[in-house]
Design a protein around this ligand. Structure first.
Ligand code: PGA
Length: 255
């Protein structure tokens, strides 16, 4: 049985003080959640303070990115060891904004995935096509390249300790969501890729989140799809009530 994992990606939003407030609200609102893994990803700056807020709660701490080296002359970057020290459980890797604006490639995604896993944290590996790629009929080839790149050199056991976020780039922050069918088809395709790499048992055990304008109004429909196992939530995660409005249908479905 796959876990439903719903993670809030706060991106470059919220000061430290605001992050502490929102984290406290999420902890309170999620206290009764038993069947969904709930995680929040504040900025690096707020991680340590938010870790204190989450201590003893059922909400997991996630980081938005990581560098693959342990330490050194990498101005502006944060290492996996540093994240581990403050109690990070999940690390978002390969987000489309990282790929588009900051030169993330499938190779750097792979390096980050391996590093994070070596320290016992779980990567949330983001993949997804642009609108142009979809229109040109390249959806499957783009997803294949991204999955093969991210999982290069990972064993089946390693793969079991990953989460994928399928996020069509055209749906991120735009208010346009993939339909339930569009999302399900892409998720089934990704699961098929994992089955090709690791066999059906492993593929059936890996949670694949949907991301891209997911909100309380569309969460139940998306989460009810056979191959959709949670969400990576941007805008709707910036308020506790809308974030929990996405978690609640997940909790109801997984009972
Ligand atoms: P969105 O962002 O929910 O604001 O579309 C999702 C994401 O980028 O992870």
């Amino acid at each position: 049985m796959r876990k439903i994992v719903i993670a809030g990606n706060w991106k470059m939003n919220k000061t430290v003080a605001e992050s502490v407030t929102l984290a406290s609200e999420v902890v309170a609102a999620a206290s009764g959640i038993r069947n969904v893994v709930v995680a929040i990803a504040p900025t690096y700056l707020a991680l340590a303070k938010v870790a204190d807020v989450l201590a003893g709660s059922n909400v997991k701490l996630a980081a938005q990115d990581v560098h693959w080296e342990n330490q050194g002359a990498f101005t502006g970057k944060v290492s996996a060891d540093m994240l581990k020290e403050i109690g990070v459980d999940y690390v978002i890797i390969g987000h489309s904004e990282q790929r588009t604006y900051f030169g993330e490639t499938d190779e750097t995604v792979n390096r980050k995935v391996r590093k994070v896993q070596s320290l016992g944290m779980t990567p949330i590996i983001c993949i997804g096509e642009t609108l142009a790629e979809r229109r040109e009929g390249r959806l499957e080839s783009v997803l294949t390249t991204q999955v093969n790149g991210a999982y290069a050199g990972l064993s089946g056991d390693d793969a079991l300790r990953t989460v994928i976020a399928y996020e069509p780039v055209w749906a991120i922050g735009t208010g346009v969501t993939a339909t339930d069918d569009e999302a399900q088809q892409a998720h089934a395709f990704v699961r098929g890729l994992l089955a090709g790499l690791y066999g059906e048992d492993v593929a059936q055990s890996i949670s694949i989140q949907y991301g891209g304008s997911m909100k309380p109004e569309n969460a139940a429909g998306l989460l009810a799809q056979k191959d959709i196992d949670g969400g990576l939530i941007g805008g709707a995660a910036l308020k506790a009530d809308s974030f929990l409005g996405i978690v609640a249908p997940g909790e109801a479905l997984s009972k």
